[in-house]
Design a protein around this ligand. Structure first.
Ligand SMILES: Nc1nc2c(ncn2[C@@H]2O[C@H](COP(=O)(O)OP(=O)(O)OP(=O)(O)O)[C@@H](O)[C@H]2O)c(=O)[nH]1
Length: 369
């Protein structure tokens, strides 16, 4: 039996790994999730726990344990809020996020029974990666479980250097936003091998050579185009980024490379514990510190204002605070709540004179009856 590396631990208290699948529309996220689902079911004694976060997907090729579509109907949201499809998906995700504490509770409850939790995200990548709800969901999950981002790339559609560069820049943005361990999953290797991508990532000169030989890289005078020069420079920048991630080639259709993917997930747990968690603890400590400082600052300003006030009006405090004896009497006073919607005031109803208005010409006080 071809068991993934994660089974080796054997510890019952070990937390499950969370895989957040992100990728451009049509890259093969849902097919990939289905493939890893069937791989784990066949080769692992524990089935994964799957969350579908795409409210607009018509059909998912797997049975999710939690499905956003059971909670929110994005078409109804579009109608009610008068939104287009993307606004509807985003609002549906926002509404679902307000309930995410309950989702986390369910995940925590099921954690002892599973080794992997898989999140399938909306097809419109920016809805998840650049929205507050996407960040809240990712942060919430990552602060509870070892989490890794699986960035799915449509390999056959990424063979042009400019497309490859755009895809890598997007991945780079997500890496720096989430700060989570990151696996580049070159999907559809049954159609196109991902070797070219590995070479470009390993050797920026190979990428630059591919760029130079690509049609449209020079203008009418034979000079490199602006885009060409920009991408040349970007390849140097991305060289540093490539060092921080793992890359695997898979075919969600045939199942090729899925074992290597799980090996990368297992290795990523180390990165999560050694880099992400300490960073999270540091960020939390910094937030606490700044909160504490702002509280102290407010208190100091209040005390300063208060002492100035006291200095200006030495009798002020005598009026403000009653003696304890007076306070004791207050406890016996019956408080009548006034229902303003009552049509007829009952006899002796309290008249709030502070609300009476004086016109400029003459005072208009209520007449005694
Ligand atoms: N040949 C091949 N086709 C694949 C592979 N993975 C996915 N596909 C096909 O790619 C198309 C898109 O796959 P999906 O899984 O729907 O992609 P997605 O990223 O979930 O799509 P959205 O939900 O629209 O973002 C489908 O036609 C799949 O059959 C693969 O490994 N090889």
């Amino acid at each position: 039996m071809d068991a993934p590396a994660s089974t080796s631990s054997g510890s019952s208290s070990r937390k499950p790994s969370v895989v957040v699948t992100i990728g451009m529309a049509g890259a093969g996220k849902s097919t990939f999730v289905q493939r890893i689902n069937s791989y784990l079911r066949q080769n692992h004694e524990k089935a994964p726990y799957i969350l579908n976060l795409d409210p607009a997907v018509a059909h998912v090729p797997f049975e999710p344990n939690i499905d956003i579509r059971d909670t929110v109907d994005y078409k109804e949201i579009m109608k009610q809020y008068n939104l287009g499809p993307n606004g509807g998906i985003l609002t549906a995700l926002n509404l679902f996020t307000t309930k995410f504490d309950q989702v986390l509770d369910l995940m925590e409850k099921r954690a002892p029974e599973v080794d992997h939790i898989i999140l399938d995200t909306p097809g419109q990548i920016e809805i998840f990666t650049w929205s507050a709800s996407g960040a809240i969901i990712t942060d919430a999950v990552a602060s509870s479980f070892p989490t890794v981002v699986a960035y799915i790339v449509d390999t056959p559609r990424t063979t042009a250097p400019a497309t490859f560069m755009s895809n890598m820049l997007y991945a780079c943005g997500i890496l720096y936003k989430t700060k989570l361990p990151f696996i580049l999953v070159f999907n559809k290797t049954d159609v196109e091998s991902h070797d070219f991508a590995l070479e470009w990532m390993r050797d920026f000169e190979a990428f630059q050579a591919a760029l130079a030989s690509h049609s449209g890289s020079r203008d009418a005078e034979g000079e490199p185009t602006y885009m060409n020069s920009l991408m040349n420079s970007m390849s140097l920048v991305l060289d540093e980024f490539y060092k921080h991630l793992k890359a695997v080639g898979v075919s969600s259709l045939t199942g090729d490379g899925i074992k290597e993917f799980f090996d990368a997930v297992e290795e990523s747990r180390d990165g999560y514990e050694k880099e992400y968690l300490p960073e999270l603890a540091r960020a939390r400590a910094a937030r606490e510190q700044s909160l504490q400082e702002s509280k102290e600052d407010s208190m100091n300003r209040f005390m300063k204002d208060f002492s100035l006030d006291q200095a200006k009006n030495t009798h002020a405090t005598d009026d403000k605070w009653e003696s304890e004896e007076e306070n004791e009497d207050d406890d016996d006073v019956d408080v009548n709540l006034i229902d303003r919607s009552d049509a007829e005031p009952w006899p002796g109803q309290y008249i709030d004179v502070t609300r009476m208005r004086r016109s400029d010409e003459q005072a208009q006080w209520p007449r005694p009856t």
